[in-house]
Design a protein. Structure first.
Length: 425
């Protein structure tokens, strides 16, 4: 399946869950209190007659004050596949041996909390793409004049100094204003793009034949050195022989991302400390199962095939292979890379897609109604409840989990959702 990508957007802007569900009238409702800058530290539990009941949540304010809030009906955790198991473990809900070893008293022995962690990995393939790739200059220009100011751009930091701009810089500023105004007025243009504008879902042939296991993402720009280093998280000094030249601001490059979506490897979230201010250990265990490397190599090869058969009259240049890997594997530009080179490439440059799931999964930690096993009045509603990572992006499914949880909670407590949700005027 090949298509343009679909996003949760409105009027050319990303519509976050805050924008879609809370912004405006909903956040002003008297029965809703939003506390920002706070960190939840544990779930408050009451154990009576052998029954464990969630009674509220403890949190620390931005000023360091510890506050307890109590729930009249139930507590819902939506802290994500890292945060939700972390909170359960801090609260004494988790593998007894592990949490007691770091000084947390075990209230409920739940061996699967924090286990079965999965994520998606991607490998970045960068190609010269004259006439196809969008230069970073164009991307920045679409964001308006402020994006072109020093230290990143040629315009002065102080807009008051624009009066003395050269004719060339004056024209650059005017074009940036024009593009920004077009996006603001119509929701169209490069400013509305996520840059990842097309996607392929296909099968490597190495997994279940009735399911795709590979996603290939087309980034319409190869970015520049700063973008690749800070946003994509590539070590540009190792990836390129001459980064300023290879990924200059005016370079027309293309970034293709090979992304296996049904990994077999499993990781875990483990407490390093009983102090809520100490982050848990996040053990991803990428490539722990050899199957995943085989699929990654196949996904990279499929991506290379697509690049070699680029449609239209404009063709992509040779794949940019990191020089130290080319030397190590005897690779010459334009050749077909060996499996050994691609494996080495994957081990050095695989990147997270930020899709962690399954650390409080249905069946092991929560029941089908998302209630935590062996604990009354406590639910989890986020990507951590997925039994396994899905074969695609996790944003829309996570929103669906929240919507379904709201329906189930409303039904159990006699709330009519039609009174609270629906199309806004």
């Amino acid at each position: 399946m090949v298509s343009l990508t679909q996003y949760t957007m409105r009027d050319g802007r990303r519509s976050s869950t805050y924008q879609a569900f809370l912004a405006g009238e909903p956040e002003q409702r008297p029965n809703l209190t939003i506390i920002t800058g706070a960190r939840a530290t544990r779930v408050l539990l009451d154990v009576t007659d052998g029954q464990t009941i969630a009674t509220g949540v403890e949190y620390r304010t931005a000023g360091g004050e510890t506050v307890m809030v109590h729930a009249a009906k139930e507590v819902i955790l939506s802290a994500g596949a890292i945060g939700s198991p972390h909170l359960l473990l801090l609260s004494g809900i988790g593998p007894r041996q592990e949490i007691e070893a770091i000084g947390v008293s075990c209230v409920v022995d739940a061996p699967h909390v924090g286990k079965h962690l999965q994520d998606h990995l991607m490998c970045p393939l960068i190609y010269p793409a004259p006439g196809v790739g969008v230069p970073m200059n164009d991307v920045v220009q679409a964001m308006g004049p402020d994006a072109l100011r020093v230290p990143a751009g040629p315009l002065p930091a102080d807009p008051a100094a624009d009066a003395s701009l050269s004719p060339e810089l004056q024209a650059l500023k005017q074009e940036a204003e024009k593009r920004l105004a077009e996006w603001q007025a119509t929701g169209r243009g490069l400013g509305a793009s996520s840059l990842a504008d097309a996607v392929v879902f296909c099968s490597s042939g190495l997994g279940d034949l009735d399911r795709h296991d590979t996603e290939i993402i087309c980034f319409l720009t190869g970015g520049n050195e700063d973008f690749l280093r800070t946003i994509i998280n590539i070590d540009t000094a190792r990836f390129f022989d001459d980064p300023p030249k290879r990924v200059a601001n005016d370079a027309e490059n293309l970034l293709l991302l090979a992304n296996p979506v049904l990994p077999h490897s499993r990781g875990e979230i483990v407490l390093d400390s009983g102090d809520p201010g100490v982050q848990p250990a996040i053990r991803m265990n990428y490539y722990a199962d050899p199957h995943d490397m085989k699929v990654m190599v196949a996904a990279i090869r499929r991506t290379i095939e697509i690049a070699a058969r680029w449609p239209g009259n404009r063709k992509l240049g040779p794949l940019m292979v990191p020089p130290f890997l080319a030397e190590k594997h005897g690779y010459q530009e334009g050749e077909g890379p060996s499996d050994e080179l691609l494996e080495d490439f994957a081990l050095h440059f695989s990147l997270t897609v930020y899709h962690p799931t399954s650390t409080c999964r249905i069946g092991d930690v929560v029941d089908p109604r998302l209630r935590v096993n062996s604990v009354e009045r406590l639910r989890v509603a986020d990507a951590s409840v997925m039994p396994a990572v899905i074969g695609g992006n996790t944003n829309a499914p996570s929103i669906m989990i929240g919507e379904k949880a709201a329906e189930m909670i409303a039904a159990e407590h006699g709330v009519r959702l039609a009174e609270f949700v629906g199309e806004r005027g």
